[in-house]
Design a protein around this ligand. Sequence first.
Ligand SMILES: [Zn+2]
Length: 286
Amino acid sequence: MGCKQFNEMKGDVMKKDLLTRLNEGPIMCAEGYLFAMERRGYLSAGPFVPEVVLEHPEVVTQLHREFIRAGSDVVQAFTYYGHREKLRIIGKEHLLEPMQKGALKIAKDAAAEFKDLDLMVCGDVANTNVFDPGDANTHKQCQQMYEEQVAWAKEAGVDFVIAETINWTEEMKIALKAIKDAGLIAVCNFITDHGCNCIPGDNAFPVALDNLFCNRFEMAEFAKDCVQNKINFIGICCGAEAHHVREMSVAIGKKPISMKYMPDMSKHFHHGTDKSLKKVNKEIKY
Ligand SMILES: [Zn+2]
């Protein structure tokens, strides 16, 4: 056995799973790919299908990189809403498998670019939009949708699978069972209709949320509150940008790559304290 091969094996053996990592301290999981891509002009609000995965994979890779540099411990494959029902509504069901597998590969490849970081890659399943509590046929349909996605995630070698943005407990149970049956660790994120501003009940959602964004400092406080309340899986979804993730990471004691470029107001032409700065600029009233 070659030395390189041995080291890779050793690396595999020593890799800790999510539960062990959570017991050791907080894990940051940056997401919000769907809205980020919509804002950048790579997919349409309404249908909200991650077509960017196939049309511009490099843009997805870049957002993974930004979140990793900002301190995300998890690279979440952008399979959110790349499911059968979402593709049906835009008449592109034939793209289901390449889109799912493409997103998983993009995430794995992005993580592999950062060999010095102990990153985890996760798959993602979402609200199916077909679940109807009173219609058992739709439960079967959900199960099939979850099972096919979880199988692709497992095949790609993810560390765990997130089931997210689901508001029916029964639908979540179906997703959870599909993930557990595949022998994978599951993270379940429900939608709540109170105590969370992710999906407000007025017309701001989903395309006029800009003035409702939390700023980086508010997100940092949120991350600290999580740690204080012993919540170790800390994330940010719709609305997330890399500066939020960085501030949250730093607030809970991590040292992300992009910490190198944290603000340094001492060198700002107007607010700064550096002796070489011009007095005339510092006196301007803004
Ligand atoms: Zn969200």
